[in-house]
Design a protein around this ligand. Sequence first.
Ligand code: SF4
Length: 354
Amino acid sequence: MSASLVPPARTAGSSTPGSGTPVLAVHGLKRHFDGSGGSVKAVDGVSLTIMPGEVVGLVGESGSGKSTVGRCVVRLDRPTGGSVEINGRDITALSARELRPLRKDFHLVFQDPSSSLNPRMTIRQIIAEPLRLHGLANRAEASRRVDELLAQVGLRPEIADRNPHELSGGQRQRVSIARALSVAPDLLVADEPTSALDVSVQASVLNLLADLQRDRGFGCLFITHDLAAVEYLADRIAVMYLGRIVEQAPAAELFASPKHPYTQALLSAAPVPDPAEQRGRSRIVLGGDLPSPLDPPPGCHFHTRCPLATERCRTEAPELRTLPGTADSPAPRQVACHLVADDGTVPDAAKQAA
Ligand code: SF4
């Protein structure tokens, strides 16, 4: 998303995350792929929760494992370790048959709507299908719901009789969102929902998602590499690097004061709308590419690119520790770095990298 299309900060009217049972609780999630060359640890011990009405952003470079987390959450992929609970129910080991009635509680919006919508079905059939599969509406009710949903996602009713290829990319993603929300899920997993769209329509689809989330109050796992989008939409952000979460904090606090050197580098590279502020920032340039998850570096996975790495970092993996809140960062946050002190003090990676 370009900086000029960054929507205004989400404030008035934002839904407030609820309390009680999390809509999503992921504990120690692993997804290892075994092959002839060894085991690829795409996801290696990820834990996170999403409360009702809360939006959690999952960010990281391509190859960090964030999309695999999303696929495991909706059970398009089977975890090889750990557990996934939806509304307090462990779905990790359920069979496809046992899972079927629960599927109305969670839905995935894919990155590319062209590949996720059946080209032989009309838009009406596509949006009505989940209602029909879950026995939630007869034909007449489903048809009425489709008209309502099309209006809610900003599409004209005549689109209902067309096929996906007759729509633009932005319209197709709106159809995907309408389909996902047709059964009123408690959890929406949105995997890079705007990255396959033209820049000119990314902001409008993001705004639509934010409006629907605020109005309907569903929990959302928002997976993206777009920091402007996640700052706009998320209440809390988890940062992934090579299959692990390295930092997790309320969105405003993460952007105001990133603690992990990798988060500092990611944020320093993100464009900001104000040219004066942009000129005054020091960018942390990371050396090298993301290492292969087939052969991750020992110790802290980030040590091969970290400007602050010490000898200890090369041999000892840092734990994801919970730091107590402080005056300038009141909510507890989590960080996996040997150098971040318990009071949140952290060396400035930008100065070290300069
Ligand atoms: Fe860098 Fe060491 Fe912290 Fe890892 S543990 S992020 S290598 S300083």
